[in-house]
Write a protein that binds this ligand. Structure first.
Ligand code: COA
Length: 260
């Protein structure tokens, strides 16, 4: 499958997806959103893909936002449709069933910050800068910024970023919980891949259900979320992975999981 605006490389079980419009700082135009949609379809369906690394091409930007040139001509209905299309693609990525790590290599602004937040974990290079500058343009976030940012960093910090439009560097992003790790720029891809490989060494069904439980559980009452967790705990007890994981511990060897 070929893409107009993405590079898609399968590297030993990891899909490395690179948003590739470096001359426009990888801004998300309609073509990128359509390509991302197709990439997610492949990620969901291809059993050879165990996890995903998402990054931006070039040294400057992860993604510097939605494409302002395209946004500038939208009207009420096309603006809403654009937001809903992007939201749906990001949501599918978030729920693709495989761990997704963002390697944030520079500006992650607006839609770029929103895309990074739709990933399960964010590794930031020391040069990364995060922000939701939409209000400067007289709009608000359209790809989940008002929804995921407060869930990640809390209401007060989210409103600080959303209302001031200020950018935060990697260290501040780390302190507020927006970034999970900060690493030197020249080690970004290695460190992000290492983090993903650490996750992939664990039971894939267990990892998948952890993501599902956190995603769904945050929207539930405490009792519903605890019940979901108990159901997952029971479900995983029926898997070969559980027998392998516990057997390996008892036999003092490394586990080898098959996702069954
Ligand atoms: N949409 C469309 N084009 C964008 C873009 C965006 N979100 N962000 C950057 N670009 C383009 C610029 O227009 C420029 O294109 P040109 O060379 O054809 O003029 C190119 O990418 C390089 O950007 P430039 O602004 O020259 O780089 P810079 O280093 O001076 O500034 C930023 C970097 C990120 C601070 C600046 O590009 C910026 O503020 N971008 C918009 C961020 C934003 O508001 N995002 C939210 C959108 S909803």
């Amino acid at each position: 499958m070929s893409y107009q605006t993405l590079l898609f490389e399968l590297r030993d079980g990891i899909a490395v997806v690179t948003i590739n419009r470096p001359d426009k700082l990888n801004a998300l135009n309609d073509a990128v959103i359509a390509d991302l949609d197709r990439a997610v379809t492949r990620i969901e369906g291809d059993e050879a893909i165990k996890g995903v690394l998402l990054t931006g091409a070039g040294p400057k930007a992860f993604v510097a936002g939605a494409d302002i040139a395209e946004l500038s001509t939208q009207n009420q209905m096309s603006g809403k449709a654009r937001a809903m299309r992007g939201q749906a693609v990001f949501r599918r990525l978030e729920r693709c069933g495989k761990p997704v790590v963002a390697a944030v290599n520079g500006f992650a602004l607006g839609g770029g910050c929103e895309l990074a937040m739709a990933c399960h974990l964010r590794v930031a290079s020391e040069t990364a800068r995060f922000g939701q500058p939409e209000v400067k343009l007289g709009i608000g976030p359209g790809y989940g910024g008002t929804v995921r940012l407060p869930r990640l960093v809390g209401k007060g910090r989210a409103l600080d970023l959303l209302l001031t439009a200020r950018m935060v560097g990697a260290e501040e992003a780390l302190q507020m919980g927006l970034a999970n790790r900060v690493v030197p720029a020249d080690r970004l891809m290695e460190e992000a891949e290492q983090l993903l490989r650490t996750i992939l060494a664990n039971g894939p069904l267990a990892v998948r259900l952890c993501i599902e439980a956190v995603d769904a559980g945050l929207e539930m009452s405490m009792d519903e979320a605890l019940l979901l967790e108990a159901n997952h705990f029971g479900l995983l007890a029926s898997t070969e992975d559980m027998r392998e994981g516990m057997g390996a511990f008892l036999e003092k060897r490394a586990a080898s999981f098959h996702g069954r």
